[in-house]
Design a protein around this ligand. Sequence first.
Ligand code: FAD
Ligand code: NAI
Length: 467
Amino acid sequence: MASYDLIVIGTGPGGYVCAIRAAQLGLKVAVVEKRATHGGTCLNVGCIPSKALLHVSELFEEAGHKFAGMGIEVGAPKLDLAKMMAFKDEGVSGNTKGVEFLLKKNKIDAFHGTGKILGPGKVEVTPESGEPKTLETKSVVIATGSDVAKLKGLDIDETTIVSSTGALTLSKVPGKLLVVGAGVIGLELGSVWRRLGAEVTVVEFLDRILPGMDTDVAKQFQRLLEKQGVAFKLGAKVTGAEKAGEGLKVTVEPAKGGEAETLDADVVLVAIGRTPYTAGLGLEEAGVALDERGRVKTDGHFKTSVDGVYAIGDVIVGPMLAHKAEDEGVAIAEILAGKSGHVNYDVIPSVVYTYPEVASVGKTEDELKAAKTEYKAGKFPFTANGRAKANGTTEGFVKVLADAKTDKVLGVHIVGPRAGDLIAEAAIAMEFGASSEDIARTCHAHPTLAEAVKEAALAVEGRAIHM
Ligand code: FAD
Ligand code: NAI
């Protein structure tokens, strides 16, 4: 029987990164993955394909609406959706093959099949066809990720009622797309299809979009999306959908109760969150405890209720983000190799890859107010940034929040061009415990969008130069 130091179940960003780091540190490692390709949700049906479609649909929109104004006459762009999808698929396969290569390079044994924990030190792998085999190991890391959260009354068929997975592979642009949930998936994939020609309506249960993000940022972002043509129905819930000819009649009710209305849609995208994925792992029999939301319970150092069994990524508590899963993968690998792995949960950036982008790290103003923390805020609009003006991308602002007494940066929130790249500077500053003064005194190259971060830090003490 093959025997390992570590078996990782699931090769998403959490699992494959954990396996590589453990192998780097000299452990004998195997991975078990039930998909045909590695990379998990993120590479196969998540981050990568969605970002490919966001990239090309943004270029499509620019070619149609912005190029002429910049002196580039190309005529009206024509959409070849099949080719666009092939471009996206190439990006996915480039990435999944990359992971396969990295696993081989690090001498990690990869088993394809469903992994099940049989008991301490034993993992069974059941391939799609063929006999199950049992592997022995000192430690197991569960990195099985998450699955689409279902909504009662809406049966996902991935053609007319779709999850994010179906929304990444539609064979034609829907005339009307109704999105349930104004979270990250709804706004990213809603943006993709709007740019390609769909009429998009987003129905959101709460009275705001992007819960968890800074309210100021979310409000401004909603206005910008509305200007682009996305319609919002806030404080409303979808209670059912019926087939009507080729399309659907969707019932929408006010969240607080009241009269229902019916909306027509060609496609409905259900994007109301994701749930931890633990099916088939044999956790109950093995004695691995789950929390009230079905996540694998861990002790703060990734250890589950069973000795030798650990868990990371979307399947445990915390934001369901690829980079959070990766950092946890590195941390547990280091812990298992006798080092002191650690994740700083106060500094996990989060990005919405729309146009403009939305990015956030650290505490929001709402959180600081709720915790009665005294803070100062500095805000700087992209309309006053030289590079944004030159590029014609002046939507949005940067906001820096700093402790009123110590000036330590507590949070940075951006809605604007390339916000997802700009937030890295804020994350580094916070990781090093920087003050807003530190950012303000750091020389930033001109002309860059990053100067807006410096100016927002200067604005904390009311001394922004260009405003
Ligand atoms: P996963 O990536 O879900 O990987 C788990 C793997 O485990 C899967 O491959 C699964 O097949 C396998 N598995 C499950 N059970 C078993 C078993 N019993 N045996 C063997 N294998 C098993 N996050 C970002 O940070 N940035 C983004 O831009 C972003 N975009 C996204 C877009 C979409 C449309 C979606 C759906 C998600 C997006 N996410 C994004 C979230 C991101 O994909 C997840 O946070 C991330 O994939 C979690 O990684 P993980 O390793 O925990 O799990
Ligand atoms: P989400 O949690 O971001 O948003 C779900 C939204 O649906 C919330 O606003 C919620 O209030 C709303 N909602 C819930 N039930 C509803 C109902 N019945 N009717 C109407 N609205 C309802 O979840 P989403 O967008 O599905 O994404 C899942 C996960 O994937 C997120 O946790 C996110 O972190 C991750 N992801 C990350 C991305 C990124 O980092 N760029 C991109 C896409 C996904």
